[in-house]
Design a protein around this ligand. Structure first.
Ligand code: IMP
Length: 509
């Protein structure tokens, strides 16, 4: 006979945190949200941490290049979706890695003989105002000088003039030599009051550029998630069909984390993939597996400690209809609590800590807080990021309100990519596991995230926690009755809607 669990399948909204002692020395600014993604041995550091406990979902309508750049700059990580050709995924990973580095390979260059007119065109096209001049006009050619939009006047100078007549020649340019540290390069920029420092190799060829604005930008984003070469970190989704081709290409492109994207990861296919990656690439590459919702699923993926993190969640996603379509899944809170319990037991027994990611179904900031209190090391979200300016979909106006399209990876729309990619046969789709929808546009990611993380930190203070480990260790939660959910809202007060309040306010004009 089938096994029937004693407890019912519960969701995050059924739980509330109880306050614990808040200490006098606690403050928002002192709280750290750093959290591991890589497995680690007791007492040792994780091989990969993120600075805030959020990652964006492996989805077409979520994790594109702009979102990945924006999230990494806030300290989180995106998983660039794998429902696209290997080439285009590799290109997206490459764009994130190239976005900002201490040492940037010059993306726009000109020759001494080029005209100001063509230079102007290049500046308009690329948005760059400082252009290196090399003998052959390439990014690694012999360095001849620098030209900026301050070196000529568009409406005064003859645009048929050569670049060499207006540029600052090499003899007058302050430059660094290959091998210089980023710190030293920034010191040179500071000392010589320059905005751009070309780095040349010993033969005098252009190697890279260092910009003052990148330094300033970095100071403004202290949590930025960078690799050892000061490039932004990025994750990439992989699947169980083409990992033999996809994984080597993604690693070559610089992906920092690989994450299996599957609604059900408790499969031999996924274990085959994990084993293959470890055999080919060793233990350094970070691998995420999942999704699972049971301790049994955890044990299966945690065997031989091959994976770094495990994702929990089936059927809870905002665009997900897996539970309706297939009758498989579990309430996210029940799944998370059970798996975290097994993970903690695994840690006690073996000394290996395997981070857990709570994936999908987080309907608001409170639920993110509850998921972390219940023991998730970080959360993965789709809808949350799809609503931001940086998600890859276009803004759409519906009845005067701005929306963004958001669709599941289990929709025909998402799965259709195979039809257009080389070498992949189009598998016939018998039914969809997701829906195609719209979500309201909420604004720039940095602003939305700031509010969420501020709320999280405020709750951590309520619970007397300074970091996420304290938070889950101190956390005490209670189930709530339907009546207490009613009580949690406002009661017996007359509330105007925000819009009416604003419309009807007497502005005195
Ligand atoms: P959300 O944050 O609630 O929008 O959920 C996002 C999560 O839903 C993803 O990280 C996936 O785990 C899951 N998901 C994505 N696409 C589908 C789908 O088409 N069907 C079911 N689940 C999906």
């Amino acid at each position: 006979m089938a096994i029937i669990l004693d407890d019912i399948s519960r969701t995050f909204s059924e739980y509330l945190l109880l306050p614990r002692l808040t200490r006098r020395d606690q403050s928002i600014n002192k709280i750290t949200l750093k959290t591991p993604i890589g497995k680690y041995q007791s007492g040792k550091a994780s091989k990969f941490d993120i600075n805030i406990p959020v990652v964006s979902a492996c989805m077409q309508s979520v994790s594109g290049t702009s979102l990945a750049i924006s999230l990494a700059r806030q300290g989180g990580l995106s998983m660039i979706f794998c429902s696209q050709s290997i080439d285009s995924q590799v290109e997206m990973v490459g764009q994130v890695k190239a976005h900002k580095a201490g040492f940037v390979t010059s993306g726009a260059n000109t020759k001494p003989e080029s005209t100001l007119a063509s230079l102007l065109e290049l500046m308009t096209e690329t948005g760059h105002s400082t252009i290196p001049v090399t003998l052959d006009g390439s990014a690694k050619g012999e360095f001849c000088g620098l030209i900026t939009d301050q070196d000529f006047w568009e409406f005064e100078d003859d645009l048929a003039n050569s670049v060499k007549d207006h540029m600052t020649p090499k003899s007058e340019v302050f430059f660094g030599t290959e091998g210089i540290t980023l710190r030293k390069a920034n010191q040179l920029l500071h000392h010589h009051k320059k905005d751009c420092l070309p780095i040349l190799d010993r033969a005098g060829n252009l190697n890279s550029l260092v910009f003052k604005k990148d330094y300033v930008d970095h100071q403004r984003h202290p949590l930025e998630l960078l690799d050892e070469n000061k490039r932004l970190s990025v994750g990439a989704a992989i699947n169980t069909h083409d990992y033999r081709q996809r994984v080597p290409a993604l690693i070559e492109a610089g992906a920092d984390v690989l994450c299996f994207d599957s609604s059900d990861g408790f499969t031999e296919f996924q274990m085959d993939g994990i084993q293959w990656i470890r055999e080919q690439f060793g233990d350094q590459i970070v691998i995420g597996a999942g999704n699972i919702v049971t301790p049994e699923g955890f044990d299966y993926l945690a065997q031989a400690e091959l994976v770094d993190f495990i994702k929990v969640g089936i059927g809870g996603g905002s665009i997900c209809i897996t539970r309706e379509q297939k009758g498989v899944g579990r309430g996210q809170a029940s799944a998370l609590l059970d798996v975290v319990k097994r993970r903690d037991a695994h840690f006690n027994d073996t000394g290996t800590y395997i981070p857990i990611c709570s994936d999908g179904g987080l309907a608001n900031d409170t639920q993110i807080v509850v998921a972390l209190a219940m023991g998730a090391d970080f959360v993965m979200m789709g809808r949350y990021f799809a609503m931001t300016e940086e998600s890859p979909t276009p803004k759409v106006s519906i009845n005067g309100q701005m929306y963004k399209p958001y669709w599941g990876e289990g929709t025909l729309r998402a799965q259709n990519w195979q039809r257009y990619s080389d070498g992949m046969s189009s598998r016939k789709m018998m039914f969809e596991e997701g829906v195609d929808a719209y979500v309201p546009l909420v604004g720039p990611l940095a602003e939305v995230l700031e509010t969420t993380l501020y709320k999280l930190k405020s709750t951590m203070i309520n619970v007397g926690a300074d970091n996420l480990i304290d938070f889950r260790q101190n956390a005490e939660l209670t189930l709530v009755s339907e009546q207490s959910i009613v009580e949690a809202g406002t009661s017996n007060v007359f509330q105007f809607s925000r819009k009416r309040e604003i419309d009807e306010f007497d502005w005195g004009t």
